[in-house]
Design a protein around this ligand. Structure first.
Ligand SMILES: [Zn+2]
Length: 228
């Protein structure tokens, strides 16, 4: 058994502590609840699920979690973000799983930040991502969508590509067209979202599906989760 696996098992014994305005998870990372959560969301259960699934050493880059409404959410049409060691998630959550999902997705961005060199230096994930983008372009074209003005070989986030997926194609169509190409069509947005969506699937979804659809991404995430 590698030390990574041992850590993974050991961290299950951590206890979430509560003080006046915050909770502590992963021993010493505060979770501040700025705005109230809906009644059907049980924050202790949510935090316990997150703590049970994420090896504590993957949280090294995180300094705090903030739950509530932040005006950047409205400005950028998002409901969660990771920035400079802080994770922000909306208090508008449908249920526990919805919130666990959001938290794990943003933790993925923190993990990516911390392990960027390891994740990307061999170019395997980039190749897999670009290959899928090209395949997506061909699928869209074959289904009558205009692909001429869109750069599918770009791996960074571009607002016009995000708008294209969200507004021109629409997620219902994208979901059915990209079936078998991505575990979640949002993964097509950028290389960073490809990683975060894969991490989310690995931790809180169908690990075998990820392995069959995105083998390079799966292997890298597996190495990070088991051994850091
Ligand atoms: Zn993201």
């Amino acid at each position: 058994m590698s030390s990574g696996i041992k850590n993974y098992i050991k961290k299950g014994s951590l206890k979430i502590r509560k003080s006046n305005d915050s909770f502590m998870i992963f021993r010493d990372i505060p979770v501040y609840i700025k705005d109230p959560l809906p009644d059907n969301v049980d924050i202790l259960q949510v935090l316990t699920q997150v703590e049970d699934r994420i090896p504590i050493r993957l949280t090294n880059g995180i300094e705090g979690f903030y739950v509530g409404f932040f005006k950047e959410f409205e400005e950028r049409n998002i409901n969660a973000m990771y920035r400079d060691g802080a994770i922000f998630v909306t208090n508008e959550q449908d249920n526990n799983d919805d919130m666990v999902d959001d938290l794990i997705h943003e933790i993925a961005h923190a993990v990516e930040d911390l392990h960027a060199q390891f994740i990307y230096s061999d170019n395997r994930i980039q190749s897999e991502f670009i290959g899928k983008r090209i395949r997506l372009r061909d699928l869209l074209k074959a289904n009558g969508y205009d692909v001429d003005d869109i750069d599918f070989s770009e791996s960074d986030f571009k607002q016009n590509f995000d708008d294209y997926l969200y507004q021109d194609i629409g997620y219902p169509v994208l979901t059915s067209l990209s079936y078998g190409l991505y575990t979640n069509p949002y993964a097509a947005t950028s290389l960073r979202e490809y990683f975060a969506s894969g991490f989310e699937e690995y931790i809180f979804g169908d690990r075998e599906l990820l392995k069959s659809i995105s083998p390079a991404l799966f292997n890298k995430i597996q190495e990070i989760v088991l051994d850091g």
